[in-house]
Design a protein around this ligand. Sequence first.
Ligand SMILES: [Zn+2]
Length: 379
Amino acid sequence: MLDRCFSSSLQLPLQSPIPESRIGLTPAVEPFAGVEYLLPTNVVPQKYVLRLKPNLSGDFAFSGEMTMTVQVTTATNTITFHTSDMNVASVTVTNIDTNSVVQVTNQVYLETYDFYTLTLESVVAVGNYEIYVAYTGYHKDDMRGFYRSSYVNSNNEKVWLASTHFEPVRARRAFPCFDEPALKARFQISIAVPEGLHAIANMPRNTSAIDDGEDGLDWYHFEETPMPMSTYLVAFVVSDFEKTSEDSVSIWHRPGLQSQALYSASISPKIIDKLEEFTGVSYHLPKMDEVAVPDFSAGAMENWGLVTYRERALLFEEGVSTSSYKQSIATVIAHEFGHQWFGDLVGPRWWSYLWLNEGFATYFEFFATALVNKTLYIK
Ligand SMILES: [Zn+2]
């Protein structure tokens, strides 16, 4: 995230509270105890399948269905995950290994830690399970979670859109999840898009996905992420925005602003090329979308494959905007693209290590920009 001009919402412990046993691909073998705001270690996520129905009218209450595939690493009769500002309508737990339903006998929400805890009918064995949750959330207007935004079009009409901002702990507002950065999992997202709008997400739309068509809605199914990722890097935007593309990069903006997207569209693929060349590591996702969001709390956010920006951090009008704007746009893009490697591909164990993400991204702000255009900073 690029936030230096704005107040930071991060107020988190300086020391990592997570024990070594918790980290890495090998699930923890001991229950975690002692740090009460961390999730228990007996259940770890493997994959999320999310179906969302945004609602950009009326009370802005959206509905969702989340299916979490998890691994139970220690026999337990409770499962705890995060939710925030949502109403859970129903929960079903299934043992995948035996294809049998596990009865949930109690559900408790602990608001202090956003913990949603299921008590199961009996202790379940180590193995693979599915947790299905149907729920309702809200598109709030505070630029956190799956929030609502708007702009006024050329006909003087207010046009709504929905965007996301999850870092550090607001993915849990959009969907139930194990919302800690070390608990990475794959994501497969589907969004039912209101009439006249469209959706984008971390991955490209899977145009060959067949919808059941039962509800008659316009479903956008997105490809599954090619590798596990942190919840705070998930993103989706539902809007009527237009795109200006170059190579595999698209700049999404309010309709009619193509001319202001040309500069970021031209420089973005070049920055990715230079970062690939410098790191020797390919950009890992098949596309890059960059969105100029009318209401955005930070300067920009490095969601994997779907970077979101304040409009003025991405759009540039030749002959109108100052040259220092051009400079800052290149710098911000290079910062967020630096994160695609440092932060997204390799992520922090805990928020106390965020400085490392930001250190690399800050370095690439200038270094990657200079690799693309050596004269940008010369007056
Ligand atoms: Zn950053």
